[in-house]
Design a protein around this ligand. Structure first.
Ligand code: SF4
Ligand code: SF4
Ligand code: SF4
Ligand code: FES
Length: 945
């Protein structure tokens, strides 16, 4: 394929202190010790023919095409398996080698369908290329002997085919599944002529395969090939961009034909993913052109009216006049906006600018409130900055990995593959989670400790880990003395040493065997570089901020901050959670986390924007809804966020939305929130616009337009035009200019520009004069706040308790194939892996209730009720049930309470007391919702889902 221009050195270039110098075809080259002769030759731009080697995998030495001659050595060794040595003299092109290589190729081609001209990989096939390179002109044996040309095709996977007749059994797919993905789904069956690749089960769909695409990427022939390429043919151009799903932020090359994306190839140079991908980013991009996309602006006077399509200009002037009317009637603070972690930094920045400078208040909030706001608060208090401390690569140097409240194999799959690789190399794993999540036991990985706590007791567990460390004298005193506030540490150490924090004392709350806590604490403190990775299972609690601070304490006490292999690492849920927080989406902060009451910061923005800004923090989402129901907050502009589905206590949200006089929804689809909207502005998918996303490692990655916006405008253009209609001029020519303003106004972004991002590929903030190429590891010599601050993290149990009426605790999470509320993934073939949200329940609890696998059950909490099908599973512990939230009609948020984190209002999605009973019907709201949903869609002229 013409686009695959990066060099493939065949085997990885090693990292080593020692260099070796050898001579290849008369030219000298020095390479790190351990690097293969093949890779050394590739670096000299003298590539050696190869088939079974590719540089994302360890060498295998099976095809024998890469033979070379080495002075002083007998025979013709394979260059891929031969390490370069000092003084070696290698010949890669001799008559003898040419003959041998042609002979090898002849055998391959004699057992290969000769349909190159009509093959979907024509021009993108390494077998074809190498046959040309070795100069094969004839096959002496003919093509009529025993062969595999009629082997069956496996088309079971929705995204790729396995055409066995074209397989050369190079094993690259098997090794990619093992080494890159860590799933071990493939194997080579049989020997010699009878050897064949097998996915274990009957076919790919029934196997362990998770459709990451690594095998497809590694396959040098058309054996494993994307169905989109088979259907559409090769692309005409490629555009480098960033995945818009999770916070890993994988880099991709969007391959485009006309105005259609025909393939997403993980970018080997992408620093977050090193050429790997998961099923969502790699394959689930079809939602961008799904027939449900709304591409015309629409308005209506009342939410019971049908939508009316209007021009963009009419939509802007209607929306602006409504917002002006509302402000005139109800006051300046009666309108606001919600930004989205799915949108770009530039789009988010514009929205908060519109609110602060145009609306004249600070009523801007973000969906990041409902996931990682406690991270911002907790890490700011302890370390002085609102972000994770490492890059992903750091995990390669970890000796102990503590995963708490995160399920990386489902929610952050590409990083999970990297983590699993490190674990296979010998790092030890501690998992703190109510469920037996997959990473606890995967091929060649088994957690040393699993602490199956009761939901809501994270603080007690982390305190207990710290208690064991402090009372056993395992604190890294040198680190603490040098880097942390001494008095503050002393008072924390006294606090944490109190008996009430001991594993034995917290057992009644946590349900975790004290011996497990003691064992895990010892491993964490004494096992070498220890890194902590956490997710929403930490933050979405009423003590989310307390747990983040307890985690930060644990890392400081053990000296695990400020170098590679350690650190505190929030695994961000959505693609741009980090960025949307950085850009000033919260009602109390400008970009760069500077409080709106800070005079100097406010004055700098006032000077640039030419307006007077409010020093009073604005409303958070729940308060917007309260004020709406009180008749004081009447207009809301929501970009890229479905709060009616994703926020807690749905009734409160929908009650607030219904009370408003003008709700503007900007989105790809007519989402749940749009039911309550008066203006609908079509959004643009990540494929249709330029900008940047910032991933979980603070990495700012470029998003580049691959196809034109379906509705004619990118989201930033829509905000800009709406702003103009309101009377606030915005004149950015492109998102690069918006980034220039962000950089000028935000100290941590001072050195960021599109030019730099194009040059470096990506940068991790802080990127400024002190760190022009960005900052992979934070707090290296000192904490951003100066001295590290230990916080007293008292365990205050959540108000949500199980009891006789609601004896079980519900916790929620994600699965691999779906993403959040499913608006995107449900509009792709990913739906075949998860057609509905299920309720996982332990066999003991199921039996007590007469529930069998697959039964419809009613899930009832103090605030609501839904019906779901049950999945009886030993992954659960007795007393705890679990569900996902990817389908609107399962409404997990209908049962969650309005409890929230004490510091940030982040909702407590992870702990809800519930009862489960067998039922034979869906709940009333589900039935009503279904009917309404169908009729609303009919009004909008959309197909029923
Ligand atoms: S499927 Fe592709 S990668 Fe796997 S063994 Fe066959 S040719 Fe090699
Ligand atoms: S798609 Fe991924 S998980 Fe499936 S077989 Fe290929 S490498 Fe393994
Ligand atoms: S791991 Fe996340 S960012 Fe990477 S491809 Fe998957 S969904 Fe996209
Ligand atoms: S590339 Fe070296 S043996 Fe196949």
């Amino acid at each position: 394929m013409a686009f695959r221009t990066e060099m493939d050195t065949g085997t990885p270039i090693r990292v080593a202190d020692e260099q070796v110098t050898l001579t290849i075809d008369g030219r000298q080259i020095s390479v790190p010790k351990g690097t293969s002769v093949m890779a050394a030759a590739a670096l000299l731009a003298a590539p050696i023919p190869k088939l079974c080697a590719t540089d994302s995998l360890e060498s295998f030495g099976s095809c024998r095409l890469c033979l070379v001659e080495i002075e002083g050595r007998k025979g013709t060794p394979a260059s891929c398996t031969t390490p370069a040595e000092s003084g070696m003299v290698v010949k890669t092109q001799t008559d003898k080698l040419a003959k041998l290589r042609r002979g090898v190729m002849e055998l391959y081609i004699s057992d290969h369908p000769l349909d190159c001209l009509t093959c979907s990989a024509n021009g993108d096939c390494e077998l074809q290329t190498q046959a040309g390179v070795v100069g094969l002109r004839d096959v002496r044996y003919g093509y009529d002997g025993a062969n595999h040309n009629h082997a069956p095709k496996d088309e079971s996977n929705p995204y790729f085919t396995f055409e066995e007749s074209k397989c050369i059994v190079c094993s690259r797919c098997v090794r990619a599944c093992e080494e890159v993905q860590g799933t071990f789904a493939l194997t080579v069956l049989g020997r010699g002529f009878n050897s064949k690749i097998s996915p274990g089960g009957v076919d790919f769909m029934s196997s362990e395969c998770v459709s990451c695409g690594a095998c497809v990427q590694a396959c040098p022939t058309a054996t494993l090939n994307e169905k989109s390429i088979i259907a559409s043919g090769k692309a005409e151009r490629e555009v480098k961009t960033t995945c818009a799903y999770c916070g890993v932020g994988c880099s991709f090359k969007a391959e485009v034909k006309g105005d259609k994306v025909v393939r997403m190839i993980p970018d080997k140079l992408g620093k977050a993913n090193d050429g790997h991908s998961c099923v969502k980013g790699r394959f689930a991009y079809g939602y961008a052109t799904h027939k449900d996309r709304i591409t015309k602006p629409m308005i209506r006077a009342a939410i019971t009216d049908p939508w009316r399509e209007v021009s963009w200009d009419d939509a802007f002037s209607h929306a602006a006049s409504e917002f002006k009317r509302i402000q005139a009637k109800y006051g300046r603070d009666s309108i606001g906006a919600i930004t989205s972690s799915r949108c770009t930094n530039e789009e988010v920045y514009l929205i908060q600018k519109l609110v602060r400078a145009g609306f004249g208040n600070n009523n801007v909030d973000t969906c990041a409130r409902v996931c990682h706001s406690p991270t911002g608060y907790g890490l700011s208090q302890t370390y002085g900055t609102s972000a994770g401390t490492q890059d992903f690569e750091s995990v390669d140097k970890s000796d102990v990995i503590l995963v708490i409240g995160a399920n990386p194999t489902d929610a952050h799959p590409v990083f999970a593959s990297r983590m699993k690789k490190r674990l296979r190399e010998g790092a030890k794993l501690i998992v703190v989670d109510p469920r037996r999540i997959d990473i606890i036991k995967t091929p060649h990985v088994e957690a040393s400790w699993h602490l199956p706590l009761k939901p809501g007791t994270n603080v007690a567990i982390v305190n207990a880990l710290a208690h064991v460390i402090v009372t056993n004298g395992w604190v890294d005193e040198a680190f603490v003395r040098q880097r942390c506030d001494a008095d503050n540490f002393a008072s924390w150490a006294r606090f944490i040493a109190e008996d009430k924090h001991s594993p034995e004392a917290v057992f009644p709350m946590t349900g975790v065997d004290p011996a497990l806590i003691r064992g895990a604490a010892e491993l964490f403190a004494k096992g070498g570089n220890a890194a902590i990775y956490y997710g929403l299972g930490v933050t979405e609690h009423s003590q989310g901020s307390t747990t983040v601070m307890a985690i930060a304490n644990l890392a400081m006490a053990t000296g695990n901050i400020g170098r590679e292999g350690v650190g505190v690492n929030p695994l961000r849920g959505q693609n741009n959670v980090q960025g949307s927080c950085d850009m000033g989406s919260f009602p109390h902060e400008f970009s760069g986390y500077r409080h709106v009451s800070d005079d100097a910061t406010r004055e700098s923005f006032e000077k640039l924007w030419g307006v007077t800004l409010s020093a009073a923090p604005g409303l958070r989402i729940p308060n917007m809804m309260d004020e709406a129901m009180d008749g004081a907050f009447m207009g809301l502009y929501i970009q890229g966020e479905d709060i009616a589905q994703s926020d807690p206590d749905t009734k409160h949200i929908t009650g607030g939305l219904k009370a408003m006089e003008c709700v503007i929804v900007q989105d790809l689809f007519l989402n749940e929130t749009a039911r309550y909207a008066h203006v609908f502005l079509p959004g643009a998918s990540f494929l249709e616009k330029d900008g940047t996303f910032t991933n979980a490692e603070r990495r700012i990655n470029r998003v580049r337009k691959a196809i034109p916006p379906l509705a004619g405008k990118a989201d930033w253009e829509v905000t800009q035009e709406f702003s103009r209609a309101l009377g606030l001029p915005m004149d950015f020519a492109d998102p690069g200019e918006i980034m220039d303003e962000i950089a000028a106004m935000t100290p941590t972004f001072k050195g960021v520009s599109y030019k730099k991002l194009d040059e470096l590929g990506s940068v991790q903030w802080p990127c400024n004069d002190a760190a022009p190429a960005g900052t992979p590891t934070m707090h290296v010599d000192r904490f951003v706040r100066g001295k590290g601050q230990f916080m007293l993290t008292e365990y205050v149990p959540t108000e949500e308790r199980s009891g006789p009426l609601f004896p079980l605790l519900l916790t929620t999470g994600r699965i691999l194939s779906q993403y959040n509320v499913g608006a995107q993934t449900r509009r792709t073939d990913n739906s075949i892996w998860h057609e509905e949200d299920l309720l996982e329940i332990h066999p003991f609890d199921a039996e007590n209730r007469g529930v069998r696998d697959g039964d419809l059950v009613s899930l009832q909490s103090r605030v609501g009720e839904v019906s779901l099908h049950a999945k009886v599973s030993e992954r659960m512990q007795p007393g705890v049930v679990y569900t996902t939230f990817h389908h609107p009609n399962s409404g997990a948020n209908v049962v969650t309470t309005d409890n929230s984190d004490w510091a940030t209002n982040c909702p407590e999605y992870k702990v809800t007391a519930v009862q489960v009973r067998r039922t034979n019907h869906y709940s009333d709201w589900q039935e009503k919702d279904r009917e309404e949903g169908v009729s609303l869609r009919r009004i909008a002229g959309l197909a029923a889902e």
